[in-house]
Structures are given as structure tokens and as C-alpha cells.
Design a protein around this ligand. Structure first.
Ligand SMILES: [Ca+2]
Ligand SMILES: [Ca+2]
Ligand SMILES: [Ca+2]
Length: 372
């Protein structure tokens, strides 16, 4: 976390400069906009991380100020507010996310699968209205093409949300593939948890009545079940069997089947099969061979005309990627993550395109009168 704390200050400067540049609104308004919510009674807490805007706090009990927080109701509906020092309030309330770009707008947790859907919205973008530079402030909590999304496993929130060019990718857990630094993460209690598979490790309980298996012991592969004290989630008193490495619980929830990264098939297909040959596989138990999209970062994102910026890319193991914008030539043929120094003479939008997914980063010129 300390690693990121130092870069946080840099982002603060950059984002405030961006806000001024885009004429979104005064930074003062962003920082003091009053918004009270519960906090201690909110059942989501911790931090997510955006490479563009830095930390996003889900509960004032972690960060001070407030009170504010994000909550999941029984049934899975999400509400409340998260806070970014750089862009202000991020609302999860249905009333704020109506008119979202597509799909169901209201954010929620599927309390069976743990998948989070719907939208959140940066309220400073709403307040800026026509002065927002076209930024609508919407943050997508899951999507396809590429597949991404926030997921709740047990009480741990993980995965990625997407906040368009301004906010970029938001990681909910430093353990997310492609995330760095940390440790950080978003966690839940009570309704913000989902009965997880696996949540137990150890020996099969002898007292079946106190820990009834939700998933029957698979007959084809080894399994284990342990620590019954971990078996009570959100008032649901069930234990769950976990499959051995390379296996996952099947759709019916009754047995262990080989995961995509262990099944000998090129599932998408992309010419690469299983862990570790397919870069979409983080480990043998990963049940999705789809490669992660690339990321593109320019730092700083607001510069004086004629000065330099650092452009860096993470390919997530993909080859056949390219970067366009600015007339610079970047050699991505090695498939290795790297960076380059570029000279910026005009507002430039860089786009990295890979076989799976693309990403965009735009560098802005500080307008005359704002130069330091
Ligand atoms: Ca496979
Ligand atoms: Ca594959
Ligand atoms: Ca793949």
C-alpha cells in the first residue's frame, strides 16, 4: 500500500489539473461536497484502486471523514457512496445511475454466484453537466468484450470495474490478476458476503447436522472440507466442499469438474491451451482461459506543450498488440510489458489494441494561463 501511497500524491496533482483543464468544476466543490450516509452500519469497506484516480474508499470507518459507506441489502441491492480524494463521491444509488449506458442500471450482488452487475456514477461529472467534457461519470461493474467484472467470493470483493477514459480500470483486490501493489481490497460483512466455494479447508466433519454440506462430496476427484467455524456466512449455516487444484464445482454444484485451465482444451480458442501456456490462466484452477485485456498508462496525463510523458503498457501475456496515436512507433512484438518516453505537443489519444481487448489513455496539454 505504501508503494501506491506515494504515487497517490502524483495522481492527485494530475487529476486536479485534469479537472481544471476540462473545466469540469472547481476542485474545491469536489472536495467539500457534503454527503452523509451511515458508515459503521454499512457492510462494505476497504479500498479499490484506479490507476487513473488512485484510492477509492468504500467506508469512512477506514478513511475518516464522512460518515459515508456502501451497503448491500438482503437480496443483493447495492446502495450508498464511495469516496475518491480526486474525483469526489461515487454513488451506488439507483436514483443516481438511472440512464446508464446499457443493461440494468441499479447495482447489485447476485447472492448465488457473487457476480456484481449494474453501474455506479461519479457525481462530480453529473454536477458538471455540459461542462464535463463529455464524461458521463458512469462506472460499469461488469461487462463483456472483454469479459470483466466485480465478484464477491465469501466476504472478499475482487475483480475489475471500468470507468471509461477518465477513471479507467478499477481493481477491487490487489490479488486481481494484473493488479499491482497492495495489499488492498474491498471486503464485506453480512449481506455483502456470498456463501463461498471454497470457504473451508481440513477434514470432513463428523457432525453432519452442524455443518450440512451444500455441495455433495465429489466422487471423481479429491476434495476437502475444513474449519467448520468458517462455515457460517450471512446467517447461512452451510459448509462447502472445495475441489482440489485444477478442478471447480460444476454448474449444478454437486461435483468437481476440470477447470478450463486444466481440461486439455483450447477453450476460447486462441491457440493456447491451459495453465501455464495460456496467458489467460492465472493458475490451474482458473476456470476462464480468456486473456485479460491490456492496460495503457500515461504519466503524467497533463503536461505542458513540448514536455515529455512516460507511456507504459501491460499486455497480460498477449502478443500481436499495437499502439496507435501521436505518430510514435512502439515495438510490442516481444510481448513484454514495457514503457517509453514520449514528447507531447498536442492533446493525444493513445490506443493499445490486442487480440483480446483494447485500452485508451489520453494525455492533455495544460492550457495557457494554467502553466506552472
Ligand atoms: Ca483449457
Ligand atoms: Ca486458450
Ligand atoms: Ca487465452
Amino acid at each position: 500500500m505504501n508503494l501506491h501511497m506515494s504515487s497517490k500524491k502524483m495522481y492527485l496533482n494530475v487529476v486536479i489539473a485534469t479537472i481544471v483543464t476540462a473545466g469540469l468544476l472547481s476542485a474545491v466543490t469536489v472536495l467539500i461536497s457534503p454527503r452523509a450516509d451511515s458508515s459503521a452500519s454499512d457492510n462494505v469497506s476497504g479500498y479499490a484502486w484506479s490507476e487513473n484516480i488512485g484510492w477509492i474508499s468504500f467506508n469512512s470507518t477506514d478513511a475518516g471523514g464522512g460518515p459515508y459507506g456502501v451497503s448491500v441489502a438482503s437480496g443483493g441491492a447495492i446502495s450508498g457512496y464511495a469516496w475518491s480524494e480526486n474525483i469526489g463521491w461515487i454513488s451506488f444509488n439507483s436514483s443516481d445511475v438511472s440512464g446508464c449506458p446499457n443493461g440494468t442500471c441499479s447495482p447489485s450482488v447476485n447472492q448465488g454466484t457473487g457476480e456484481v452487475t449494474g453501474w455506479a456514477r461519479v457525481l462530480s461529472a453529473v454536477a458538471a453537466g455540459a461542462n464535463s467534457g463529455g464524461w458521463d461519470g458512469f462506472i460499469s461493474l461488469s461487462g463483456t468484450g472483454p469479459n470483466y467484472g466485480v465478484k464477491v467470493t465469501g466476504c472478499t470483493w475482487s475483480g475489475w470495474a471500468w470507468g471509461s477514459d477518465v477513471v479507467g480500470w478499477i481493481s477491487f483486490d490487489s490479488s486481481d490478476s494484473g493488479a499491482g501493489g497492495g495489499p488492498y481490497g474491498v471486503i464485506g460483512t453480512s449481506n455483502a458476503c456470498v456463501p463461498a466455494i471454497p470457504i473451508c479447508t481440513g477434514t470432513i466433519p463428523t457432525d453432519a447436522t452442524s455443518c450440512a454440506p451444500a455441495v455433495q462430496p465429489p466422487t471423481d476427484v479429491a476434495y476437502r472440507l475444513v474449519d467448520q467455524s468458517d462455515c457460517s456466512f450471512g446467517g447461512i449455516n452451510k459448509c462447502h466442499y472445495s475441489c482440489d487444484s485444477g478442478y471447480v464445482i460444476d454448474v449444478a454444484g454437486t461435483s468437481c469438474v476440470k477447470s478450463q485451465c486444466n481440461d486439455g482444451d483450447d477453450n476460447e480458442p486462441d491457440g493456447k491451451t491451459d495453465y501455464p501456456d495460456d496467458p489467460g490462466c492465472t493458475d490451474l484452477s482458473d476456470d476462464n482461459e480468456t486473456d485479460l485485456p491490456p492496460t495503457l498508462t500515461i504519466s503524467p496525463r497533463v503536461v505542458e506543450k513540448g514536455s515529455t510523458a512516460n507511456i507504459s503498457w501491460i499486455l497480460n501475456g498477449q502478443t500481436g498488440c499495437s499502439i496507435t496515436g501521436g505518430g510514435n512507433a512502439f515495438d510490442l512484438s516481444s510481448g513484454v510489458d514495457a514503457s517509453s518516453i514520449i514528447t507531447i505537443n498536442a492533446r493525444t489519444k493513445y490506443v493499445i489494441s490486442c487480440p483480446v481487448g483494447s485500452a485508451t489513455s489520453t494525455v492533455e496539454i495544460i492550457p495557457k494561463g494554467f502553466e506552472t
